[in-house]
Design a protein around this ligand. Structure first.
Ligand code: HEC
Length: 554
């Protein structure tokens, strides 16, 4: 009983602190109006007058009222537009700010609204305190918010949700940004997958084009490019490995083949030995590593699966990715936990789980390479440093903004916290007082991602098609949240390494648009791989498709 009570008191206290902190911060930074360039202050509003104000009010009700309130007086920690800085600002500065927004602080950019409409909104805002305003509001009471748009409070930056995901937006979550556990209630908000509406398409940054490579698959998950350029895809629930070969002039596979079937939830795919002439194709079943004889060009397995070693399995996380060290001497296998936060001390079934395991390539000599990694899914070798990297799903039920998922290079013998600690020395309140000696051992990962966004496959970009600044960067698929009030993830991200081989903590939205404005998702990215021509292929087990992203420069 008592512990329940404290859960309810704490969030209230926290939100009061958060609001007052924001209130203090705003006047301190307000030099020009949101850093609007000086040139914007002299812009003339071409659409003034009462009629434009009425049109602006209607647009305001549709686009802005959900955050700034029906009378523009602000809601929660969102500023009033009827008084304060906006009323003091020049029309041109407001126009500039509406156009650019401030994504990091929860203010969307409205550059897709026609300029005339943006000016009409400015006219309305400036009309608010004029004598004609009362008359205006009676005239436009018929305006209402569109029912097809999800109404939810804006996220607290640097945390975000699908509404603000936009290709090219750079994000960075740092340790001081983490809220206290239970700052918000734990959400149950899994997606209902809807068919992709006509005309809806994934969105990539300017200069990139997105095409549908193939669709009609059955639960396509991990995708990996073979040394000869074929694409191997795990259809996990069907127990099958597919092969796609080539790209026709209209962007479709030239050949499609079933490589093997009858597997137990296959996910990981690896070619061995590393290099141009593999002899084996390794598959990570949920309960074992198996391998098939393989040579370049094989479209179906030429022999039965050879069983190498059992993997811990059963309840909980089922994906097992496989990668080899560049020298071919070590096989890495990612094995997620069996639970959200069960203590391995009292749950023997967690033994050798929430780990990255290492083996000899023949499956012998199993050892723990790194531990305390709740659900490591995607593995990759950094081509510049030779290090192992992984993409991780952290724990749930501590609130919307805990615990960040992450992408990190993996230190040999490294401890990443689960289940007693998270993101360095933060104790999981559900295991209070346990393992104090591990507090300082818990490593802070390189790149903190949105909590709950379910980071799956990752790959390093070694293609030659994308602009130079993408060389060596990471692409990762974020399958999307369920344990968050408003969805996050459902996108492919880029982690820029700036040609250093090391992460700065930043990541960037790259491929978005899989969630509709009403909050329903139609697609969920799982796998990413780079094609021989340098394009990026993305599997999506929501629409059962593979997307292809190419750079055209247009
Ligand atoms: C999803 C919520 C949301 C929506 C929708 C939204 N805003 Fe905002 N807006 C914000 C937030 C949050 C801020 C504060 C940003 C900051 O502090 O930098 C803001 C700030 C502003 C400001 C600056 C206010 C100030 O005092 O500094 C203006 C002007 C503004 N919004 C106009 C608009 C207009 C016009 C629309 C509709 C076209 C709109 N906003 C829609 C969330 C929203």
């Amino acid at each position: 009983m008592t512990s329940r009570k404290s859960v309810f008191i704490r969030p209230l206290f926290r939100s009061i602190v958060a609001i007052s902190a924001l209130g203090l911060a705003i006047p301190a930074i307000a030099q020009s109006f949101h850093n609007a360039p000086a040139s914007s202050s002299t812009l003339e509003n071409p659409d003034t007058g009462k009629q434009n104000a009425a049109a602006g009010q209607k647009l305001y009700q549709e686009r802005c009222a959900s955050c700034h309130g029906a009378t523009a007086k602000g809601t929660g920690n969102i500023p009033s537009l009827a008084s304060g800085a906006t009323q003091a600002a020049k029309p041109g500065e407001i126009f500039w700010f509406i156009t650019h927004g401030d994504m990091a602080n929860g203010m969307p950019a409205w550059e897709t609204l026609p300029a005339q409409q943006r000016w009409q909104i400015v006219t309305y805002l400036k009309y608010l305190n004029s004598p004609g305003a009362a008359q205006l509001s009676t005239a436009a009471t018929g305006a209402s918010a569109t029912t097809a748009t999800l109404q939810a409070p804006p996220p607290t930056p640097p945390f975000t949700d699908f509404r603000y995901e936009k290709p090219g937006t750079v994000r960075k979550i740092t340790v001081p940004d983490l809220p206290a556990p239970f700052a918000t209630q734990s959400a149950g908000n899994g997606p209902t997958i809807v068919p992709r509406p006509e005309g809806v398409w994934p969105q990539a940054p300017k200069g990139f084009k997105v095409e549908l490579y193939t669709t009609g698959l059955d639960n396509p998950r991990l995708i990996r490019t073979a040394p000869n350029g074929d694409f191997f895809v795990a259809e996990t629930s069907k127990g099958q490995i597919m092969v796609f070969r080539g790209i026709t002039a209209d962007g479709k596979p030239k050949t499609t083949s079933i490589f093997a079937s009858g597997l137990n939830k296959p996910f990981g795919i690896a070619f061995y030995p590393p290099g141009p002439n593999p002899k084996w194709l390794y598959i990570g079943n949920t309960n074992a590593v198996v391998r098939f004889p393989y040579k370049n060009g094989d479209l179906t397995a030429t022999g039965p699966a050879q069983h190498l070693d059992d993997l811990p399995s059963g309840r909980g996380h089922s994906t097992r990715d496989i990668r080899f060290s560049p020298d071919g001497k070590t096989m890495f296998v990612s094995v997620g936990s069996g639970s959200n936060v069960n203590d391995p001390d009292t749950h023997p079934e967690e033994k050798n789980r929430a780990d990255i395991l290492a083996f000899n390539p023949d499956g012998s000599h199993m050892r723990i390479y790194a531990y305390g990694i709740r659900n490591p899914v995607g593995l990759a070798i950094n081509p510049q440093t030779g290090e192992l990297w992984c993409s991780v799903n952290e724990r749930d039920a501590l609130g919307d903004n805990l615990v960040p998922d992450y992408i990190t290079h993996v230190q040999k013998g490294g401890f990443y916290g689960w289940p007693w600690w998270y993101i360095g020395g933060h104790q999981d309140p559900r295991l209070d007082g346990k393992h104090p000696e591990l507090k300082d051992k818990a490593i802070v990962p390189d790149v903190l991602l949105q909590p709950h966004n379910a980071s799956l496959e990752m790959t390093f970009y070694e293609g030659k098609q994308f602009p130079r600044e993408y060389d060596g960067d990471i692409f990762a698929a974020e399958h999307g949240s369920w344990n968050k009030g408003t969805r996050a993830g459902y996108e492919v991200i880029r982690v820029p390494l700036h040609q250093t081989g090391h992460a700065t903590g930043e990541y960037e939205d790259f491929l978005t648009g899989f969630v509709l404005p009403d909050g329903n998702a139609w697609g969920r990215p799982v796998g990413v791989t780079v094609a021989p021509d340098g394009s990026l292929l993305v599997t999506d087990d929501g629409s059962n498709s593979i997307w292809r992203v190419t750079y055209t420069g247009k």
